[in-house]
Design a protein around this ligand. Sequence first.
Ligand SMILES: NC(=O)c1ccc[n+]([C@@H]2O[C@H](COP(=O)([O-])OP(=O)(O)OC[C@H]3O[C@@H](n4cnc5c(N)ncnc54)[C@H](OP(=O)(O)O)[C@@H]3O)[C@@H](O)[C@H]2O)c1
Length: 295
Amino acid sequence: MTGATGFIGRHLVQRLLSQGDDVIALSRDPQRASAVLGPQVQCVADLAQLPADTAIEAIVNLAGATILAQPWTRARRLLLRESRLGTTRAVVLLCERLQKRPSVLVNASAIGYYGVRSDEPVDEQTGPQPIFQSQLCSDWEALAARAGPATRVTSLRFGVVLGRHGGALPQLVRATRLGLGTILGTGRQGAPWIHLEDALRLITWALEQPALTGAVNAVAPEAVTQAQMMTALAQILQRPIWLRVPAFVLRAALGEMAQLLVDGQRVVPSRALAAGFAFRHPTLAGALEDILSRR
Ligand SMILES: NC(=O)c1ccc[n+]([C@@H]2O[C@H](COP(=O)([O-])OP(=O)(O)OC[C@H]3O[C@@H](n4cnc5c(N)ncnc54)[C@H](OP(=O)(O)O)[C@@H]3O)[C@@H](O)[C@H]2O)c1
């Protein structure tokens, strides 16, 4: 697994270990990774350290610098691309080098693949756009696909993953508790989301589907807008939502990165539903209740 020390990765490692799997983690800091993930996980700084006869059944490729952190300067764009494409290149090389190829590679991607959309629903048939976030995801997926066909490759296009201890939700909860929950722009932009539990279940499901290749949207069936998401959160936390930040302010402050906040997509999980994946948390209110009621 790459990105094993991250928000999704840490939870996935625990799940795989509890199923009795062995996990090897690629990390820039294997010592820290070992402290985070525990002694059962073999942590390496470079996939070249793994001998060609290492038995690897499956690879989950999650590594990547955080997209919504600093404005997308030239240097930041390079880092966002290289942290994903460089790692994926190393994963493909490993697949080619191993005496017995892994049977499956589940690669992370994002709904940013679809770029900036209005209200029309998009699914896996919809193409990318010539903008940074979209090209990043499409290049990432194309590179991962090079591990095929000898290795089966699936890219999961995640929406915002909602969990208690990581990702975007804790910040939104903190702001809302302080009465600083905010509608961004018109608030009508789509805000595709998925409960962490379903994100983990989709990954393990994708690992086990013998015929599943290509992109799969990892978003919940219930599509909501940014305003609906903030309102649902505010209702659960019993706080008002009264702040609004106009889109032009965010665009002026954040440049193209503001697209992540004020331009959305309405993404439908067509392939997961068609293949019979059953979401445990299909609605936002239910998902938030579940996450926020846990201790
Ligand atoms: N969480 C979401 O809502 C969401 C939504 C859409 C897509 N995704 C994608 O899903 C993947 C996993 O998400 P996550 O939230 O678990 O990510 P995360 O918590 O930010 O962790 C990603 C991991 O990537 C590695 N990493 C960070 N910067 C790196 C760099 N410059 N070079 C190489 N590796 C680097 C780190 O591992 P080490 O420090 O151990 O090297 C880190 O633990 C990411 O690629 C993300 O883009 C996530």
